[in-house]
Design a protein around this ligand. Structure first.
Ligand code: NAP
Length: 252
């Protein structure tokens, strides 16, 4: 019988109600992990994720929490550990991409909301799970960043800065939490989720044509990279950002 890679491990995925977070939850469940599904407002979508997770036979719970709020995250971690046990695997995935019509306006409200969700929302769950992971001498963390955090995109100044912060947080934290805890980041390219539903058809076509692997990514593509970074197969890797974008970032 196949040995399930994450059997006996508890995984918390933030923003697991939809898109990439849902795919990560399902992939981890298929590999035996107990799943904590976090969402912010879409309970219907969170229940759909749970239905799909439960089909694999693992235990799961749904937790509502706003990752940008310290009190909310503290409660999320407490409730998860009370209902499911200590968190072994943390995936900070919840994020938003608010585009401004005029990027050079540098809209401060968009900036504050983006930083609160994408940066505070990455730091706060990590901060809450770390003491337990340090005590137990075990922890695997993966943070979802973006290729926007590596590039020079005039229409993604705020979003790109938030994701560059995630990449820097992972890099700097990795040495401090080693050797028992590993933390890495995955930088997705364009992935087929609600986040890109307003993408212009022409832009979409150009993106496919200019992507070496000739397609837009699927949430499962990112989930596979996340599973690799959480698993023992990446045991000598920490502090890194693994780009998963069909080959776009390496283009000149
Ligand atoms: P999505 O389909 O829009 O889903 C976003 C998820 O985040 C939802 O589950 C949402 O919960 C949750 N969320 C948003 N704000 C939250 C908050 N304050 N507290 C808790 N949960 C919150 O997005 P996605 O495409 O799957 O994106 C997932 C991650 O990948 C994000 O960090 C995004 O920046 C990154 N990413 C995406 C792409 C892409 O092309 N799709 C590319 C690069 C990076 P509700 O359902 O309750 O609203």
């Amino acid at each position: 019988m196949k040995q399930l890679e994450f059997k006996g491990k508890v995984a918390l995925i933030t923003g697991a109600s939809r898109g990439i977070g849902r795919a990560i939850a399902i992939e981890l469940a298929k590999n035996g992990a107990t799943i904590a599904i976090n969402y912010n407002s879409n309970i219907k979508a969170a229940k759909e994720t749970q239905k799909l997770v439960n089909k694999t036979g693992v235990k799961s719970e749904i937790f509502k929490a706003d990752v940008s709020k310290e009190k909310s995250v503290k409660t999320l971690i407490k409730q998860t550990e009370k209902k499911l046990g200590s968190i072994d695997l943390l995936i900070t995935n919840a994020g938003i991409a608010l585009l401004s019509k005029n990027p050079l306006k540098l809209d401060f409200n968009i900036w504050k909301k983006t930083m609160a969700t994408n940066v505070d929302g990455t730091l706060l769950p990590i901060k809450e799970v770390l003491p337990g992971m340090i005590k137990r001498k075990y922890g695997r963390i993966v943070c979802i960043s973006s290729i926007a955090g590596l590039g020079m995109r005039p229409n993604m100044i705020t979003y790109g800065t938030s994701k560059a912060s995630v990449i820097a947080l992972v890099r700097n934290l990795s040495a401090a939490v080693a050797p028992h805890i590993r933390i890495n980041s995955v930088a997705p390219g364009l992935i087929e989720t609600d986040m890109i539903e307003s993408l212009d058809k022409k832009v979409r076509k150009t993106m496919v044509e200019t992507t070496p692997l000739k397609r837009i990514g699927q949430p499962k593509d990112i989930a596979n990279t996340v599973c690799y970074l959480l698993s023992d197969r990446s045991n000598f890797t920490t502090g890194q950002t693994l780009v998963t974008d069909g080959g776009r970032v390496s283009l000149p």
